[in-house]
Write a protein that binds this ligand. Structure first.
Ligand code: AMP
Length: 397
């Protein structure tokens, strides 16, 4: 890595300010329902505590409009305390006198979590004054929040202007290692499988990956805009009318570049995405006008499976259908199972966070794939070939 990493730093007795991504889902009782992002931060946290650093953790949670109890990080502090098996101090703010007092009272090997950074709009605005106040809390800065690295916010970018040593934590390094390996020097065949609702968020990914992969498999709602651009009847399936030309252009480019772009050959259709809906499997030339495609069909799965089984590196982003409804989850779950199988046979499989990561967890396969990213948006931007501002801002080695 060209940037400083946590292993380059002397942590003992230092105030170590760490940006983590503790943006975890909470239920109505404000209990953490999925602690994967917290668990993934533990190697960095444990290293700092074991080395005798004074650990100050900061994160955002959700999208608060001002201060709100529902989006307090206090439940996260409690979950972290359980996972660590040692006390985690919590302070009701992220800047100001109370925070400064808590930080100055922190002993080496102790841990403090600050309140939700986004209670201040200055965080997302990358306000220099706010960033400076955050920076004043630490002697050194570590960014382990891969999931927020695509945003130039005060705690991810602004803060680095006021601290001399800014380094990547272990999770950040791990995320970058796998994604970079896939993009820069994948073992071939390299196959990307993309799905999800919309082409719009993934056009740049498709264009960037097209130059790198041996096969590009496309499923999910976004395949229908491609079909529409080919003049097919797609019934009531998801369509982005303003992206039809773009879809046509992508198909043309794929042909010119001789990219193996594979679209579904059959789909599961129904009148709507409900568990009691009557479904049938049809070829993509036979979608009834009053129905919508909600999952990939069995023939498509066979074709995708054959491509994936040849692969040595796979990147997956986006579900193959409306996987939140059991009836339409088969394609997505099967992809997760196929990836688990090829991982066992030595392939490197990388899941780009978000819904596909949720699907892998739903299938109980989170330990069977090589790497599941904690950052949906960040990994997409990385796959687009963009520089992540939170990474670029770290100190060069
Ligand atoms: P994205 O955020 O673009 O990755 O989209 C994820 C969403 O796409 C999930 O909520 C899925 O339910 C939805 N999705 C996937 N396939 C379809 C489909 N065929 N029709 C409608 N929605 C879909």
């Amino acid at each position: 890595m060209e940037k400083l990493t946590i292993d380059d730093l002397q942590l003992k007795d230092k105030r170590v300010l760490v940006r983590v991504d503790f943006n975890v889902p909470l239920d109505k009782k404000c209990e953490v329902t999925d602690d994967r992002r917290i668990v993934e931060s533990l190697p960095t946290i444990n290293k700092i505590l074991q080395d005798g650093g004074k650990l100050i953790l900061m994160s955002h949670l959700g999208r608060p409009k001002g201060r709100t109890q529902e989006l307090s990080l206090l439940p996260v502090a409690k979950r972290l305390e359980k996972l660590l098996g040692k006390p985690v101090k919590f302070v009701n703010d992220c800047i100001g006198p109370e925070v400064e007092k808590a930080v100055s009272g922190l002993k080496s090997g102790e841990c403090l979590l600050l309140e939700n950074l986004r209670f201040y709009p200055e965080e997302e605005k990358n306000n220099p004054e706010f960033a400076k106040k955050l920076a004043g809390l630490g002697d050194i800065y570590i960014n382990d929040a891969f999931g927020t690295a695509h945003r130039a916010h005060a705690s991810t970018e602004g803060v680095t202007k006021y601290i001399q040593q800014c380094a990547a934590g272990y999770l950040m390094q791990k995320e970058l290692k796998y994604l970079d390996m896939a993009l820069s020097h994948p073992k071939r065949p390299f196959v990307a499988i993309l799905g999800g609702a919309k082409i719009s968020g993934k056009i740049d990914v498709i264009e960037n990956l097209m130059n790198k992969v041996d096969a590009l498999l496309i499923g999910g709602g976004m395949s229908f805009t491609f079909f529409k651009s080919m003049g097919k009847e797609i019934g009531k399936s998801l369509l982005e009318p303003d992206k039809i030309d773009m879809a046509k252009e992508i198909l043309k480019q794929a042909k010119e570049k001789k990219v193996n772009l594979v679209l579904p050959v059959d789909v599961v259709v129904a009148a709507g995405a409900t568990d009691d809906a009557a479904t049938k499997i049809v070829g993509i030339d036979n979608i009834p006008p009053d129905m919508q495609g909600l999952d990939i069909g069995p023939k498509t799965l066979d074709i995708f499976s054959a491509e994936l089984k040849k692969a040595k590196t796979v990147v997956w982003n986006g579900p193959m259908g409306v996987f939140e409804v059991k009836k339409f989850a088969t394609g997505t779950i099967r992809v997760a199972e196929i990836l688990a199988g090829i991982t066992q046979n030595g392939a490197t499989t990388i899941v780009g966070g978000g819904d596909s990561a949720a699907a892998v967890t739903q299938a109980g396969l989170e330990d069977k794939l090589t790497h599941i990213s904690t950052g949906g948006g960040a990994s997409l931007e990385f796959l687009e070939g963009k520089v992540l501002p939170g990474v670029a801002a770290l100190t060069d080695k």
